[in-house]
Ligand binder design. Sequence first.
Ligand code: 5AD
Ligand code: SF4
Length: 458
Amino acid sequence: MPKRVFIKTMGCQMNVNDSDLMARALASAGYETIPTPKGADLILVNTCAIREKAEQKVYSFLGRLAALKAKNPGLLIAVAGCVAQNQGDAVFSRAPHVDLVLGTHETARLPELVRELSHGRRKITATRFNTLIPETPFPPAPGAPRKVSAFVTIMQGCDNFCAYCVVPYVRGREMSRTPEAVLGEARGLVSSGVREIVLLGQNVNSYGKKEGLPSFSRLLEKVAEIPGLLRLRFTTSHPKDLSPELVRAFAAIDKLCPHIHLPVQSGSDRVLKRMKRGTTRAEYIEKAAALREARPGIAITSDFIAGFPGETEEDFDLTLSLIETVGFDSVFAFQYSDRPVAPSSRFPDKVPEKEKARRLNRLLELAGNISRAKNEALVGVVEPVLVEGRGARDTGQWTGRGPTNRVVNFDAKDAPPEDLTGRIVTVRVEKGLPHSLWGQVVPGGSEGTFRREESHAA
Ligand code: 5AD
Ligand code: SF4
């Protein structure tokens, strides 16, 4: 009987992708992935350390596993990801029932270390940083659900050391995979039925710079040439490194979707400087305008931190005014949170919790109103939707994403009654909701490849 693993993934897309790679590695060692912890021989918790709350969630989840371990002492518990990398052995003192602490650069060793644990070795910590991104020799796990969209890691780590951020300490220095490795993986995914590739990295704009590899834009061109690929996306970009060449790529590469996630964090130059972002409000506004000129209708989304140490009411007003000026399609915002390894945890001028919360709410309210208005303005527009599958609640409905990455749920009464998954269908938008669109399939509009002129102008 195969052994069973339950994988709990917390955090960003990088972790989602790492969990997938670990599931494959475990499958090759005879583990079947199951959807709940019940009956598992191994529980793998892939963790996030970006904010204090994320870390608290990890420990409260681990706490709940103590009872399972007490009932079944043979159960193995592994903690991977950013909390594992950041805390190493300290994880064992806060959660003594954990067996393995696996760092962000050691994921490929998971099957080997689990084997050692099943042979009686106790408490292993593996948190060395490597200098090479391990390639992934493991095929997709048998029986894994068919994917329409897949991630491909192109680089990992970050050299920017923004004052508040834990990432450089838990993901290490920037390292890029070769174009050959990226293309090989992308081609394999497309030939297995994947229609959309999302290139992943903490800072994709500096892809290959250190290693002297072809530029990120060149890589986008090469991936876009893969026959059968319908859409290409990437995340995350740093505004400081957004090059004119990349802006041009949005005009030149049809398959590259009109969406960019470009975290700005604050609208005040004084705060940006203290955050060590290496860019200014004016530069950001200029780059957003250049992107919109290169690709009319491009969706620009961003991240913000509310209540960074020393942020005054005036600084915060500048953030609100930047949100209005740029008109973001969607915004993620977070209350500033001290990360002990990051320098801003030692800044003396902290903003009180209550005030941070007030600013966050105000920011989210403004950004939410703008997103909703943009979604409402799309009513009547025909969106080419890459179908991801059936809707969650109602089996008569389908769900997918438009080019700008908006979720589009739709009815397909007038479409042929076959499985639309993995197809691009045209949907007329009937409702613009706060976080998604709703519409109806345009009869005869399914099939076909993604063409740029099909994307709307917002
Ligand atoms: N406190 C609050 N938010 C943070 N982020 C990163 N570090 C912190 C922190 N210490 C946010 C940034 C980043 C996103 C992934 O998380 O906005 O872009
Ligand atoms: Fe963190 Fe800054 Fe690197 Fe982004 S660019 S991962 S915020 S250090």
